[in-house]
Write a protein that binds this ligand. Structure first.
Ligand SMILES: NC(=O)c1ccc[n+]([C@@H]2O[C@H](COP(=O)([O-])OP(=O)(O)OC[C@H]3O[C@@H](n4cnc5c(N)ncnc54)[C@H](OP(=O)(O)O)[C@@H]3O)[C@@H](O)[C@H]2O)c1
Length: 297
């Protein structure tokens, strides 16, 4: 990866940090993204020490907001002419329906609108890299069919069991399939990966009420003992992202889904459904239209 540049969102902690480390250790210049400047500074030092080089920097941006994405896009443009890897890693898991300042449901904003908008904002740089790779990060359980009238959870929102989380992650897969088709002629590969379980800041905050009723009595044990014991090795959780971003085996592969063990799996039917894909694409295009138009040279 020496000579290549990678941008990883949500990479000052959790799985994204290990993804950034994995790419930096392979020689890539990496740009980390998080919301907190202090954590960003510490993460830069940490990754530099692991990688043994100082081509590691950070930007702070909230990628759930269109303003944040626009600023991030222009800051990246100032730093590099070509971008070889973009990992859209930020994930949000919420028990209640929350809207961003743009009026967009927050999990949709993080898992669907952010990858769509950032990929388009950075497209000139991705094209310039030649054979660039975009990696989108999904969740484990396909969330059933995409509901075109409920993309923002406006009609039905099932938060506690992460149903809308799963719904938006299915949309991440649908977006990946559509983007891969759209960018085929641009030399930009787009794939989606599942990281597997990782004991990260995100799921340290999962409440007991998020578990199905039957499992609630054992939930504290799972959260406090089992998860830290078995899922603390985040290098394992970052494997699929690093694989899709850097491995020779993934070269030339686009529109694919890699599981937590980096095996290629078919995308679920719900992600391949054209009506769902179109609904997701059209909504993202509409919501990001002003930001993308303003970024035109
Ligand atoms: N962990 C799992 O078991 C698991 C399982 C399946 C899928 N996934 C997926 O894997 C990805 C990474 O998960 P994770 O568990 O590592 O997440 P995480 O613990 O929430 O990741 C923390 C990182 O994300 C940054 N971040 C959070 N919100 C952000 C925002 N709005 N804008 C920019 N940066 C933001 C944090 O920076 P600050 O602290 O500065 O905000 C920090 O760097 C997500 O897409 C998630 O859905 C995770």
């Amino acid at each position: 990866m020496t000579g290549k540049t990678a941008l990883i969102t949500g990479s000052t902690g959790g799985i994204g940090l290990e993804t950034a480390r994995g790419l930096a250790v392979r020689g890539a210049s990496v740009i980390l993204v998080g919301t907190d400047p202090g954590r960003a500074r510490r993460a830069v030092g940490d990754v530099r020490r692991s990688a043994g080089h100082d081509r590691v920097s950070a930007l702070t941006a909230d990628v759930t907001g269109l303003d944040g994405l626009a600023r991030l896009g222009s800051q990246v443009a100032e730093r590099c002419d070509a971008l070889d890897v973009l990992v859209n890693n930020v994930g949000v898991s919420l028990p209640r329906r929350e809207l961003t300042a743009d009026g967009v449901e927050k999990m949709f904003a993080a898992h669907v609108l952010a990858p769509f908008t950032l990929t388009h904002l950075l497209l000139p740089r991705l094209r310039r890299a030649g054979r660039a790779r975009v990696v989108n990060v999904t969740g484990g359980i396909p969330g059933g069919p995409i509901e075109p009238g409920n993309l923002l959870g406006e009609r039905r929102f099932l938060g506690w069991r992460f149903s809308h989380y799963n719904h938006t992650k299915t949309m991440t897969m649908a977006l990946t399939a559509r983007l891969a088709g759209e960018l085929r002629g641009d030399g930009v590969a787009v794939n989606v990966v599942y990281p597997g379980h990782g004991y990260t800041p995100m799921n340290r905050s999962i409440p007991v009420a998020a578990f199905p009723r039957l499992y609630r009595p054992i939930a504290p044990l799972v959260l406090k003992v089992v998860a830290p014991l078995f899922f603390s090795d985040l290098t394992r959780s970052a494997r699929s992202s690093v694989h899709a971003a850097a491995s020779p085996e993934a070269e030339g592969v686009s529109g694919a889904y890699f599981d937590a063990r980096c095996r290629r799996r078919p995308l679920p039917a719900s992600a391949l459904d054209e009506r769902g894909q179109r609904a997701v694409w059209d909504l993202c295009a509409r919501l990001s239209a002003d930001v993308l138009a303003a970024a035109q040279p």
